[in-house]
Design a protein around this ligand. Structure first.
Ligand code: MSP
Length: 593
């Protein structure tokens, strides 16, 4: 029963898988207080993606993993305290049996394959606007130094011993498996072969003398760490799953392979006959990037947030914290776990021929469009199915029509001939709801809109903290809809600038809508950086006015001066997001059953 729920959460791959004006009162919503809290508590933040295997070209799942980390780190940088206090690393995982075998199959030297595919990842991430501060390759000399040093620390603390490992190994997943995690699968010729129950990948029997890590000693320390840090693994169901795993016995772990069998890796220091297990090698990348073993790494560790896919939870939530505790270090602060993208309900794989190429998608849907799609639709807790109609529908409705339409309605020359941020009239829109008078024009729904947008930055920040970026985007989208409703309700196109009765209200309607747009543009920066830049530039918001800590919405409503009032709008740069043509042929058609 327990196992069933764990499997359901993890999915089955394969077979069936947020000071400008500090005297502002408490109703003046901003994220200023939040950034002050961050300043004091954890000034530095280090985000990581997993490092990607170089056995095959990147797909949209890999891009998704990197985009989640990119959005989190961009949001953090916008929140302060300063850009220099945020670090974001990604890279490629280049050693191990999987890569050794892939190179042999391709008839290439491993270095050749690694150079080629690592470059693909670097190009993709550059094109997709992944704002990493570091890109690490495990074949770099700095990494070998870090791994061998880390090994030496574990050894000196008596945590490594030599012993015989006998059991199953899955080269595709680079992991050892107990008998209970292996099943048999029927091949095309009716023959059966052993596969991993979780991934469906082939496994092979190995018996070798290896170095073994005393993982069993860490069951209780890991349980204490997780129980004492309920937010260590987010979303919560994954935290729960790891605690369930720790209810079971935790056997020691083989952390080397015979060099004759695995030559493509980092040799065990002082014993060239053994190569360090690729997961130990790979996990240490997070330390290499921040300068380990030099003391500088200590200013970044453990202020770390690892973003990982659910398939590599055990490696990050059990092995890695155990290695770190073993080396006398703290586990990472946060592990953010996401689920997978499937295509027509199936896992993406070369053999099924259903791999969706992220570069084609970026070209077709624009960089910002595709970033928005993946982050708006990807739900960390559950797998998400990809097809093109979904992308076109979402982008046309939320970016082209709703957001683009709203901007156009408020900035078009015929409605806003002076091309300025008009003045807000406190008599038309008094701060107290329910006031009556000949000049009061605001209605109950308008106060609801102000309240929604005022609290939006905080809501968005909370969603980022909980690794629910899709919910942050859903909240922005809902406010965009509310703002379009506001504009529709007051139909500024029916009001006349020449009329002394209409003009103050017309200016107020546009002022409020532009303030809402300014908040939306600011909040969208981590997800759609170019589109947000276009939007904020059109509103005349300067680069120094785009931080979350200074995002004060509608100050005139709260009795404070507004720096934008009367300001000229930025130059017209065309449509914010051009509609996509739904009649184009699809790369991936909707899967209808
Ligand atoms: N090399 C290891 C990670 C080592 S980190 C110290 C690895 N590499 S991977 O290339 O297989 O996967 C990298 C990331 O991509 C993982 O977080 C994985 O979950 C993610 N994804 C792989 N396929 C995916 C989807 N179909 N959808 C979403 N993410 C997916 O594991």
């Amino acid at each position: 029963m327990l196992r069933k729920s764990v499997l359901r959460l993890l999915g089955r791959t394969g077979a069936s898988r947020l000071s400008l004006l500090e005297d502002f009162g408490p109703r003046y919503y901003s994220l200023g207080s939040l950034s002050a809290r961050d300043d004091a508590r954890d000034a530095r933040a280090y985000f990581t993606t997993p490092i990607f295997y170089v056995n095959a070209a990147p797909h949209i799942g890999h891009l998704y993993s990197a985009l989640l980390a990119d959005a989190l780190s961009r949001h953090r940088r916008l929140r302060g305290p300063s850009t220099a206090a945020t670090r974001f690393s990604t890279g490629t995982d280049e050693h191990g049996l999987k890569i050794q075998q892939a190179a042999a199959t391709a008839g290439l030297a491993p270095t050749e394959l690694c150079d080629r595919v690592s470059k693909h990842f670097q190009q993709l991430f550059q094109e997709a606007g992944i704002s990493c501060t570091d890109f690490i390759r495990t074949t770099e000399a700095r990494h070998r130094v870090a791994v061998q040093h880390f090994w030496g620390v574990l050894k000196s603390r008596g945590l490594l011993y030599k012993g015989v490992y006998e059991g199953w190994y899955c080269a595709s997943d680079e992991c050892f498996l107990p008998e209970a995690k292996v099943t048999r699968q029927l091949g095309p010729l009716g023959d059966s072969f052993p596969v991993s129950l979780e991934s469906g990948h082939p496994v092979s029997w190995t018996k070798e003398e290896n170095y073994i890590f005393r993982l069993s000693q860490f069951r209780e320390p890991l349980q204490r760490w997780l129980r004492g840090n309920p937010q260590a693994i987010t979303p919560e169901p994954f935290h729960h799953v790891v605690l369930q795993w720790l209810d079971e016995e935790l056997p020691d772990l083989s952390v080397s392979r015979r060099s004759s069998h695995l030559h493509w890796g980092i040799p065990v220091p002082g014993d060239d006959s053994q190569t360090i297990y690729v997961w130990l090698d790979a996990l240490v990348n997070y330390l290499t990037v921040i300068g380990y073993p030099n003391a500088e790494f200590k200013s970044w560790w453990p202020a770390t947030s690892h973003i990982i896919g659910k398939d590599i939870l055990k490696f990050h939530a059990i092995y890695w914290p155990a290695f770190l505790l073993g080396a006398g270090m703290s586990p990472p602060q946060r592990i953010y776990v996401h689920s997978h993208w499937t295509v027509c309900g199936q896992k993406m794989s070369k053999s099924l021929g259903n791999v969706v190429d992220p570069r084609t998608c970026l070209n077709r849907y624009t960089v910002d469009g595709f970033r928005y799609f993946l982050l708006r639709q990807g739900v960390p807790n559950w797998d998400c199915d990809y097809y093109d109609e979904k992308v076109v529908k979402l982008l046309n409705s939320e970016l082209a029509d709703a957001l683009g339409g709203l901007l156009n309605r408020c900035t078009a020359k015929r409605i806003n001939p002076s091309e300025t941020y008009p003045a807000f009239c406190t008599t038309c829109f008094p701060s107290e709801p329910g006031l009556v008078g000949p000049s009061v024009r605001a209605q109950a729904e308008d106060y609801a809109l102000v309240s929604s947008v005022a609290t939006l930055p905080k809501q968005v920040a909370d969603h980022y903290d909980n690794f629910q970026i899709y919910k942050a985007l859903e909240a922005v989208s809902s406010c965009v809809r509310q703002t379009n409703g506001f504009v529709q309700r007051h139909a500024p196109w029916k009001l006349n600038w020449e009329s002394p009765v209409d003009a103050p209200w017309l200016g107020t309607v546009l002022h409020v809508a532009l303030e809402c747009l300014r908040v939306f543009g600011t909040l969208l920066q981590p997800v759609t950086p170019s589109l947000a830049d276009k939007l904020l530039s059109r509103l005349g918001v300067s680069a120094s006015e785009r931080n979350l800590g200074e995002l004060y919405f509608l100050p005139r409503f709260y009795g404070h001066p507004c720096p934008f009032e009367g300001r000229r709008l930025g130059p017209e740069t065309g449509l914010l997001f051009p509609r996509l043509d739904p009649s184009r042929t699809w790369l991936v058609k909707a899967h209808r059953t």
